[in-house]
Design a protein around this ligand. Structure first.
Ligand code: GDD
Ligand code: MN
Length: 376
């Protein structure tokens, strides 16, 4: 029994310390290291912005209105909406809006005959794009007017292949679930900035991703991860892909347990597939970037969630030996901050563990159900 307990405690210590030490290391870099890049304020390439849609009638007009406000020369931005046979009025609404109000940028509305998933839709749209830079965004996320310009300043640098932006949650203070996501995002952003300054981050968000056209043939469309999966291909060609904190977009966090688990588990599956691919490339020496970022991210998303089971085991043992501690548990949930932390920690780990098993089973998640509570 003592041996089992000792093993559980050691594994639990790993579970807590690896993320903590990595966080401190990346935080230091994020705060102290300069970017060391020569930014070009005047870089104004031709950009194609692709927005994939499936049943987005509730937000499509708001999305178009958001794009209209983008600060970018009219002749240098084209917008491509690619819809995969939505069953609602997404396409009609988009067409009507453009016809009635006009649109400042060139706009193309493409319709696929059947739904084959977001990645396939992006690749379909890519064939029609003419930009030197390809941007992706989601129908339910909104860019700040200056975001594109701010991202492009970094893209001017030859070694940079792609840039992703920083998410601000519209409904951050709505309830414990949204606050929990906000807390996770703080941790996430620090890691992404640190990794980007160190060399490159692997983790991108499709809500705001900007890629140089010449550095990739197509979006990764096999296992759902059109953002992180594509970025890993670009890094393997010797380019850096970075998170730019002042390129900002807004969207919503899920506000229920069910919504949170659905979204987190699916996103985690995409990430796990992509990170596994990065590890394989690293082992075959086909990705020229530091092992640290690749292996620690793989550890954090694939190994560490499983170690949370050891922490749970140690806690159960502790409570069994000292049942008085049981009284303390409700106290932990009294403070709003601590409650958000625990909720974030517990739900992230459950989602990751579920995702690991689903990946092992071969569930691809390239077609998914939207979460309506994330649209307003
Ligand atoms: N054309 C097309 N076809 N678009 C799709 C399809 C499809 O089959 N499935 C989803 N989309 C569109 C949605 O309409 C939305 O604009 C965007 O893809 C993202 O889908 P959401 O349902 O909003 O997912 P999310 O908020 O969790 O998105 C995040 O995770 C995804 C990966 O799981 C973002 O980071 C996405 O960029 C990312 O792909
Ligand atoms: Mn979304």
């Amino acid at each position: 029994m003592n041996l089992i307990l000792a093993i559980l405690v050691i594994l639990s210590a790993f579970h807590v310390l690896v993320p903590y030490v990595y966080y401190l290391f990346m935080k230091r870099i994020a705060e102290r290291r300069p970017w060391g890049l020569v930014l070009d304020q005047d870089y104004e390439p031709k950009v194609s912005m692709i927005i994939p849609t499936y049943n987005e009638a509730s937000v499509i007009v708001k999305k178009l209105q958001n794009i209209e406000k983008l600060d970018y020369p009219k002749e240098k931005l084209e917008v491509i909406i690619v819809d995969s046979a939505s069953r609602d009025t997404t396409v009609d609404m988009a067409k009507k809006y453009v016809k009635k109000n006009g649109f400042p940028f060139k706009i193309l509305i493409l319709e696929e005959e059947e739904r084959r998933g977001k990645g396939k839709a992006l690749n379909f749209a890519l064939q029609y794009s003419k930009g030197e830079v390809i941007a992706t965004s989601d129908a339910d996320s909104y860019w700040e007017a200056s975001a594109l310009r701010k991202a492009l300043r970094y893209m001017a640098y030859p070694q940079i292949g792609a840039v992703t932006g920083r998410e601000i949650l519209i409904n951050l203070n709505r309830n414990d679930y949204t606050t929990a996501e906000g807390l996770y995002r703080k941790f996430y952003n620090t890691l992404r900035i640190g990794e980007s300054k160190y060399y490159s981050t692997l983790i991108f968000q499709g809500e705001f991703a900007v890629y140089k056209r010449e550095v990739f043939e197509k979006f990764e469309d096999e296992k759902g991860s059109d953002d992180t999966g594509t970025v890993i291909n670009i890094i393997s060609k010797g380019l850096r892909c970075i998170f730019v904190p002042n390129a900002v977009f807004h969207d919503m966090a899920p506000s229920t347990w069910k919504g949170r688990m659905t979204v987190k588990t699916r996103r985690a599956q995409h990430l796990i597939y992509a990170l596994t691919k990065a590890v394989k490339l690293k082992i075959k020496r086909r990705i020229p970037m530091s092992s640290l970022i690749i292996f620690v991210n793989f550890f954090l998303h694939v190994i560490n969630p499983l170690l949370s089971i050891a922490l749970l085991g140690s806690l159960i043992y502790l409570l069994y030996e000292f049942p008085l501690f049981l009284v303390c548990i409700p106290l932990l949930f009294l403070s709003r901050k601590l409650r958000a932390f625990l909720l974030s920690y517990i739900s992230n780990n459950i989602a990751l563990v579920l995702a690991i098993f689903r990946c092992i089973k071969g569930d691809r998640q390239d077609i998914w159900q939207k979460v309506p509570e994330m649209r307003y």
